[in-house]
Design a protein around this ligand. Structure first.
Ligand code: ZN
Length: 228
């Protein structure tokens, strides 16, 4: 997996220092207070392989898993504020996935911005609102092999959204006070990864939890036996 370029984001204390404790809690069936943000095409099945109670989560799900953070009625920020007001939000998870059709429009426009997609309102708005993100990809990963570009874009998009969240003063203050924890996840062909602020990288969950999670432990053992 292509390593993320350093120095793009300044997430520091804004991201939960202990992403594994949330996974352990969710594995135990406690998903209260967790809001998952994900792309519609991800569905829930890939996550359910790691988190058996994921279907009970509060969720914002749309194409690209993009949060609308304008301070207006009907935006995702309004929903987040409502959950906070009700005392029902302690952890927000931005979960990206690769390959992602919405990200394909940004990463491989020459292939995907064709036919109907080249002139529809959704793609226009999506591209317009992510020009800066697109430039970040070009600037830092212009030489990345095409095969790894989608995985990089997915992880960068998760971090980009976490950064956008941390720019909202009300949310930033809450995170600093410890009233809200932000998490970055990414799921691809090799499984679920969580963002480690200490490592400034996404780390595969199997490697972190295999010893404690029966389902993952069994899968790890099967893989080991298959290799033997
Ligand atoms: Zn997607």
């Amino acid at each position: 997996m292509e390593r993320l370029a350093k120095g793009i984001h300044d997430l520091g204390a804004m991201v939960s220092p202990d992403p594994i404790s949330l996974l352990k809690r969710m594995n135990g069936g406690d998903v209260g207070g967790v809001l998952l943000v994900a792309c519609s095409e991800l569905g829930m099945y890939p996550l359910s392989a790691h988190l058996p109670f994921v279907d009970a989560l509060a969720t914002i799900q749309n194409m690209g898993g993009m949060l609308s953070l304008e301070d207006v009625a009907g935006s995702d920020l309004a929903s987040i504020k409502l959950l906070l007001k009700g005392g029902e939000l302690t952890d927000m998870v931005i979960c990206g996935h690769a390959p992602c059709s919405a990200l394909n429009l940004l990463v491989f426009p020459e292939e995907w911005l064709v036919g109907e997609l080249s002139s529809c309102a959704y793609t226009d708005a999506w591209l317009r609102s992510h020009r800066e993100f697109q430039k970040v990809l070009q600037r830092h990963y212009g030489n990345a092999p095409k095969g790894t570009l989608m995985d990089v874009a997915d992880r960068e998009f998760v971090l980009h959204q976490l950064e956008e969240l941390s720019l909202i003063p009300e949310l930033k203050a809450l995170v600093v006070r410890g009233g809200l924890r932000l998490h970055g996840w990414s799921i691809n062909a090799s499984g679920l990864h969580v963002y480690s602020a200490a490592r400034q990288e996404f780390v595969q969950v199997e490697g972190l939890m295999a010893a404690e999670h029966p389902r993952l432990r069994n899968r790890t053992a099967r893989a080991r036996n298959a290799r033997a």
